[in-house]
Each structure stands twice: as structure tokens, then as C-alpha cells.
Write a protein of this length. Structure first.
Length: 296
């Protein structure tokens, strides 16, 4: 088995790291949130007191899952400058959702040091991270992806090679823009039915078997009491935060501007999620957008 470094143990990173540990890999972990590190240490991971300390011994692969572009740039290039200490024998799998241009910048900096780096953002939510059924959207060289398959297959069930570095990020922000749009549409549609006297469970089942069917209805219903084991059943705690969805929609808007693409639905979705965040809901799961339409 391999020695794996993992940085970023949030809602997604922690279960991804746990699956690698369960698969028998030696795991060296770091996060500024010490509680996350301690939890993985209790499972058998080796806690590190800094990101650079991960490389005090040989590491086969480094996986990072960070909140945003500035965090990735700071870790790899500027403040921490981790690329200065990563040996060329280490494969880097960068799973954060960031701007495509930032992914290209970090990959170019890695290439100058003969370090193989792929961007591999994920889809599937926290449930997918726990179950090891994530979808990876990969940008980078085919040879590096082939080397990464051993680790990606532990954390997910679908791996797509989108293209060169940055392409994985483009695929991810397109996916999340659509996710935001159909979550908002699902939330407002279900509330319309409720307001007109329909049971949201019944309406959900009808639409799941009809042309309105979508992922939010199938796996992530935003109405409390309709579906078990989703954030809506737990006061929207956990899952994919509103602030992160607003961030991703901002990345989609930047991409639309740079390519002169018309994305009116995406722009509206970003405005609604930003408004929802400003109203004090930024740390709730993104399905809490239902609160904008419902009584809960």
C-alpha cells in the first residue's frame, strides 16, 4: 500500500481520507481544524503539525481538498509554497473546486519542478464522499491520471478525463451551476404545490416519475420531512454549504464573462444564493434555499 498525504479535512475531505485509510493506505493528514485531524488520527492516520511536515518522510501521493482558489494558491505557490518541498516522485491530486485559471497556474508551477499534478474536483456530496461513490472530473495529463486511478477508485466510482489542466474545473463549475438551478427550481415548485394543498411527498413522487425528474428530487429533497438522511432532515446541517455554492456560481459567472457566454439562469442562481447567504444562512447546506420559498 502507498503512503498518502491529505490536506483539507472538511465535510468532503474527511470521509475521502477515511476511505483511503480503510483501504489500507498509510495516511499523513493536516488541517487547521485540529478536531478533524484528531478524528482521523483516532482511525489510524498520522497527524502532522504542518502541511510541509507531511514530506518529512517519503509520500507517494498528496491529495488536497480546500475551500477556494486563494487557499490553493497560498498552499502551493505563495505563503506555504508547498511545491518547494514536494519531491518530483510525488503525484499531486488537487480536488478543490477553484477557478480554471488558478488550476492551470498551479499545474504550470508544478510542471516547472517536474511534479505531476492533476485537478480532480468532485461531485456527489458528503453522502458520496462517505460511501466512496464520488464522481471525479479530471484535468491533466493522461499518464498522471492513470497513476491516480488507484486512489480515485477508492474515493469514487466515476472518473472522467475532461482534458488538460483546468478542464476538470470547467466541468465542475458547469455541473454545479446546473445543480444550483435545478435545486432552486425544485424548491420553489414543491412550495407551490404545498401552497395549493399538495403533500410534498406525493408531489415529489409524481415528479420523479415525470418530466420534472432531477437529481435534487431523487437524492436530495429540500423539503423537511420528505426524505431521510439528507440535510433537510437535519435542519440543513452538514452537506455542501451555501457559501461554497455561491462561490462556485461566482466561478461560473467569471467563466461566462471570459467566454462571452449567456448564462441568465446561472446569474440568477448566484444572486439568490448570495442573498440567502447574506440573510445568515451561509453555513447551512445549499438545499436550505427552500427556506427562501417555504415557511420553515
Amino acid at each position: 500500500m502507498a503512503t498518502v498525504g491529505f490536506i483539507g479535512l472538511g465535510h468532503m475531505g474527511a470521509p475521502m481520507a477515511s476511505n483511503l485509510l480503510a483501504a489500507g493506505h498509510d495516511l499523513r493528514v493536516f488541517d487547521i481544524m485540529t478536531a478533524s485531524v484528531e478524528k482521523l488520527a483516532a482511525e489510524g492516520a498520522q497527524p502532522m503539525d504542518s502541511a510541509a511536515h507531511i514530506f518529512s518522510e517519503s509520500v507517494d501521493v498528496l491529495i488536497t481538498m480546500l475551500p477556494s482558489s486563494p487557499h490553493v494558491e497560498s498552499l502551493y505557490v505563495t505563503e506555504t509554497a508547498l511545491l518547494d518541498v514536494i519531491p518530483s516522485s510525488t503525484l499531486v491530486i488537487e480536488c478543490s473546486t477553484i477557478a480554471p485559471d488558478m488550476a492551470k497556474k498551479v499545474a504550470a508551477a508544478a510542471k516547472e519542478k517536474n511534479i505531476a499534478l492533476i485537478d480532480a474536483p468532485v461531485s456527489g456530496g458528503t453522502a458520496g464522499a462517505v460511501a466512496g461513490t464520488l464522481t471525479f472530473m479530471v484535468g491533466g495529463e493522461a499518464a498522471a491520471l492513470e497513476q491516480a486511478q488507484t486512489y480515485l477508485s477508492v474515493m469514487g466510482k466515476n472518473v472522467f478525463h475532461a482534458g488538460d489542466n483546468g478542464a476538470g474545473q470547467v466541468a465542475k463549475i458547469c455541473n454545479n451551476m446546473l445543480l444550483a438551478i435545478h435545486m432552486i427550481g425544485t424548491a420553489e415548485t414543491l412550495q407551490l404545490g404545498i401552497n395549493d394543498g399538495l403533500d410534498p411527498k406525493v408531489l415529489s413522487e409524481i415528479m420523479k416519475q415525470s418530466s420534472g425528474n432531477n437529481w435534487s428530487l431523487q437524492l436530495y429533497n429540500p423539503v423537511p420531512g420528505v426524505m431521510d438522511n439528507v440535510p433537510a432532515a437535519n435542519e440543513y446541517d452538514g452537506g455542501f454549504m451555501v457559501d461554497l455554492m455561491a462561490k462556485d456560481l461566482g466561478l461560473a459567472l467569471e467563466a461566462a464573462l471570459s467566454t462571452q457566454s449567456a448564462t441568465p439562469m446561472g446569474s440568477l442562481a448566484r444572486s439568490l444564493y448570495k442573498t440567502h447567504s447574506i440573510a445568515g444562512n451561509g453555513k447551512l447546506d445549499f438545499s436550505s434555499i427552500y427556506k427562501m420559498f417555504g415557511d420553515s
